[in-house]
Design a protein around this ligand. Structure first.
Ligand code: SAH
Length: 465
């Protein structure tokens, strides 16, 4: 290890900052955030530090640095542009055995400032041993995105209840299991979604039942996995995917999305397989309930958004009736994903003032829809499950009054690397599609807006039209 990370408690302690330019101002901000009393030594100073000095937030000594300035301090930071001064600070600190940081000169530092992810009182520090500060900062950004905003609040809740938990659960192993349950289940989720009172109630209930032989309570996460590109997942979806014990997923969930589910979670496929039927809906509902009753965190992962042609509503109705706690996480629905990645705005001031999501599912030889309503002008039509009924849909729309020349596009495997877009008109689309081997899933978009794609397509670099 290049250096040992330690957290330095500075509240009420004196720190010396030599230099008062822009770089110094940044260090000053950090030292003050940690509650330090900062003694700034500099003949001149920038406006920001001048302002702070006027408000008594620091002690400003307007002259050159002297070694005795370090007396009584616990940390020295040099942030001047004069190498000789920086070296002098380093030397004086070393003589006193005091930790010292010299900005941008790792060889003169015994301590360095890491990149910080601050969820006070939780704090993550990332260092690169001075080798690549930019890399450390980029990693920080990634971790920022993964850690829920309210992580600190969760830690504060734990602090508040620690004495009670210690008094109530004597066995350290049981205590650890208790906290794991708090940090990875419903209580944490209540905090993350901004419901601290619910979290408190749940924590108290959990504590009251600790030691009893009650089975842990499972729960179900109904999560929208989006149309395929894993970058389109929400932060919440990803978090729940990574804490689930078991996942039930279907055909529409893409491989790269599935790969983000916790590695040791049990995976149960409930979609159709070639030649066989999908697991019937009542069976899926029963499985969700059984897993949750066994105390598991169950991820029900669906393509797109669970509440759009996803039967998500039916699944959670059953859960609600069975008294199983659940939460629903929206996903990017195929219409949004495919339209964006195909360069087709679904609404447009000049062409479409409304957009309609429709299932195009064929039953026998017909697609039974309200064609009159669908053939109204000024709207974009999006058909889910359109492939088998494609010719019928196009024909009926023309028969009910939409122009045969109206632009229409079939988006195949939208947002995935294999995406293809078949772009034509109501009169010609079915024939164009019939000439190609098309893979599910596909989505049909009909309306004037489809022609904007000529200028706005950006994702796929080849197209069969
Ligand atoms: N809940 C899903 C839709 C389920 S219905 C959602 O909100 O997107 C299944 C239909 O969704 C498919 O038949 C297809 O029409 C559409 N679909 C889902 N993902 C798609 C994708 N990546 N590309 C094209 N169509 C998609």
């Amino acid at each position: 290890m290049e250096a040992l990370p330690l957290f330095h408690r500075l509240r009420g302690e004196t720190c010396v900052l030599v230099g008062a330019g822009k770089l110094a101002a940044r260090k000053l901000e950090l030292l003050r955030a940690a509650g330090a009393c900062v003694r700034v030594i500099a003949p001149q100073c920038c406006a920001e530090i001048e302002r702070l000095a006027a408000s008594d937030a620091l002690i400003l000594i307007r002259r050159r640095f002297r070694a005795a300035d370090l007396n009584g301090a616990v940390l020295a930071v040099a942030a001047t542009s004069t190498p000789a001064v920086n070296r002098a600070v380093h030397r004086a600190a070393r003589v006193r055995g005091m930790p010292v940081n010299v900005v941008d000169q790792p060889e003169l530092c015994t301590v360095t400032f890491p990149a910080i992810v601050d969820r006070d009182p939780v704090c993550l520090a990332i260092g690169s041993g001075g080798a690549a500060p930019v890399l450390a900062r980029m990693l920080r950004t990634r971790i920022e995105a993964l850690l829920p905003e309210r992580t600190g609040e969760l830690a504060r809740l734990a602090r508040e209840y620690r004495p009670a938990v210690r008094a109530h659960i004597g066995d350290p192993t049981a205590r650890r299991a208790f906290w794991e349950q708090v940090f990875s289940g419903r209580i944490a989720e209540s905090i993350y979604s901004g419901r601290p009172d619910a979290a408190r109630r749940e924590l108290e209930a959990l504590l009251a039942s600790a030691g009893e032989d009650s089975a842990p309570r499972g729960e179900v996460y109904l999560v929208g996995g989006g149309p395929g590109d894993p970058d389109l997942l929400t932060f919440r979806a990803l978090r729940l995917m990574q804490q689930a014990d078991v996942v039930l997923y279907d055909r529409l969930v893409s491989e790269p999305v599935l790969a983000l589910v916790r590695r040791d979670a049990e995976r149960v496929y409930v979609g159709k397989r070639a030649g066989t039927h999908a697991v019937p809906q009542p069976d899926i509902n029963a499985q969700l309930i059984a897993h949750a009753r066994a105390g598991r965190r169950v991820l029900r992962l669906k393509g797109g958004d669970p509440f759009i042609f996803g039967r998500g509503g039916e699944e959670i109705e059953q859960l609600a009736a069975a008294g199983i706690p659940f939460q629903v996480v929206p996903g990017i629905t195929a219409a949004s994903g495919c339209a964006s990645y195909a360069g087709i705005p679904l609404t447009h001031r000049d062409y479409a003032q409304a957009v309609r999501f429709q299932t195009g599912h064929r039953r026998g030889d017909t697609v039974d829809l309200d064609w009159e309503a669908l053939a109204r002008p000024g709207q974009t039509l999006v058909f889910y499950m359109p492939l088998e009924g494609l010719a019928i849909i196009c024909e009926q729309l023309i028969r009910h009054g939409l122009p045969a020349t109206l632009p229409a596009a079939l988006v195949e495997r939208g947002t995935r690397p294999e995406q293809q877009v078949f772009s034509a008109t109501l009169a010609t689309l079915a024939e164009l599609v019939a000439r190609h081997r098309v893979h599910a899933p596909t989505l049909l978009i009909v309306g004037e807006v489809v022609k904007l794609r000529e200028r706005l397509a950006w994702f796929e670099d080849r197209s069969p039209t």
